[in-house]
Design a protein around this ligand. Structure first.
Ligand SMILES: Cc1ncc(COP(=O)(O)O)c(C=O)c1O
Length: 369
């Protein structure tokens, strides 16, 4: 029989308990007025999020996946184009490229699990149109080097900033470096909606205008369709919730960072490596992914002690069945592949108590003896 859970990986119920009064007030405000689509709440959230990230426009959408696709679409990336990206991400990064008709071209990652900028230039061909770095786990990719390559080689940079709210690089918020960035407000993100949600950020007026139209069927007004679009609107209720939670984001990230700092103090590193932070980085720790020897045994050992952990992810994107037509094989991205055998996300969310972290750290230390 599995042990009773002592340290849950995530606990969204606790978040509800903490925020119940304010969340119910959000529901009351929106529901009582009887308007749910593209209302003032959405405009207000967009303005506040744009200010927070440091971009001119934010457009509320129904997911981070749509934000990725719309950014590519709005910049005309499509059939015959290549987009350079990383094999270490959630599948949506690659999926968005495929869905606009372009080809994903992978570049291996560094030890920090983000794209290795020193290998990007080798992957550029005359068809390359964009680079799509992923700020994996809320740690910003090497944007100085990536933006330098993009400027020299005249490429777009579309940031997969799905995990990025609350993360900085040289004091600048993630998602403010490239031409556009896609953010997710999925329930497991630091800035999370009650269900799915997302948004795109950009400084480009024309791209913002296009995406605003595209998300709502190309409707310029109720009776004027200027292009064919889709339905991908951030709903008003979630906009109101995100406005409230944006005000709490710093506290969520700070508490997660404090938990990570405690892990760093307590876990004896060696066979297990915790993600470090470079001087210019301020990570948001959407996930806290260690790289561990004998990972699967460690995971079982923790589970026996009531500690939940998760493998994020055990398969690099180029090795999935869906990627067969891309023509990659095992061995093409050795750093990413090796990490897939070692990665283990430990519980670090903001509702954990210090003694729970200490309990996990003690179990990890005991496992490695
Ligand atoms: C790196 C990354 N990209 C894209 C997405 C897709 O975002 P969404 O789930 O909001 O569509 C996610 C969400 O999990 C993600 O983690």
């Amino acid at each position: 029989m599995p042990a009773a859970v002592k340290v849950p990986f995530i606990d969204l119920k606790q978040r509800y308990d903490e925020e119940k009064t304010e969340l119910l007030a959000c529901v009351e405000r929106v529901v009582s007025q009887g308007h749910f689509v593209l209302t003032q709440e959405v405009n207000e959230f967009e303005a506040q999020a744009a200010k927070y990230v440091g971009v001119k426009h934010v457009i509320g959408l129904n997911s981070g996946t749509d934000a990725l696709m719309m950014a590519l679409w709005a910049y005309g990336v499509g059939k015959g184009d290549e987009v350079i990206t990383t094999p270490v991400s959630f599948v949506a990064t690659t999926g968005s490229i495929v869905h606009v008709g372009a080809k994903p071209v992978y570049v291996d990652v560094r030890d920090d699990q983000n794209i290795d900028a020193s290998k990007i230039e080798r992957a550029i061909t005359p068809r390359t149109k964009a680079i799509m770095p992923v700020h994996w786990t809320g740690r910003i990719a090497d944007m100085d080097a990536i933006m330098d390559i993009a400027r020299r080689r005249k490429l777009l940079v579309i940031e997969d900033a799905a995990q990025t709210m609350g993360a900085y690089y040289r004091g600048r918020h993630g998602g403010s470096f490239g031409q556009a960035a896609a953010f997710s407000a999925h329930p497991l993100k630091n800035l999370n909606a009650l269900g799915d949600g997302g948004f795109m950020g950009t400084n480009d007026d024309e791209v913002a205008r296009k995406v605003r139209l595209y998300r709502t069927h190309g409707l310029e007004s109720r009776d004027s369709v200027v292009m064919y679009g889709v339905n991908s609107r951030l709903d008003s209720l979630n906009a109101e919730v995100l406005k409230f939670r944006l005000g709490r984001l710093k506290s969520v990230v700070d508490r997660r960072r404090a938990n990570v700092a405690l892990y760093r103090k307590l876990v004896k590193q060696g066979p297990i490596q915790l993600p470090a932070e470079r001087e210019h980085e301020h990570s948001s720790y959407v996930m806290f992914i260690a790289q561990a020897e004998r990972r699967d045994q460690l995971k079982d050992y923790l589970a026996e002690r009531g500690i939940e952990s998760l493998v994020y992810y055990g398969t690099a994107l180029h090795l999935h069945k869906a990627a067969a037509s891309l023509g990659y094989k095992r061995g093409d991205f050795p750093v990413a592949e090796r990490q897939c055998d070692r990665v283990l996300a430990l519980p670090h969310h903001q509702h954990l108590a210090q003694d729970q972290i200490a309990y996990v750290a003690e179990a990890v230390n005991k496992f490695y003896g």
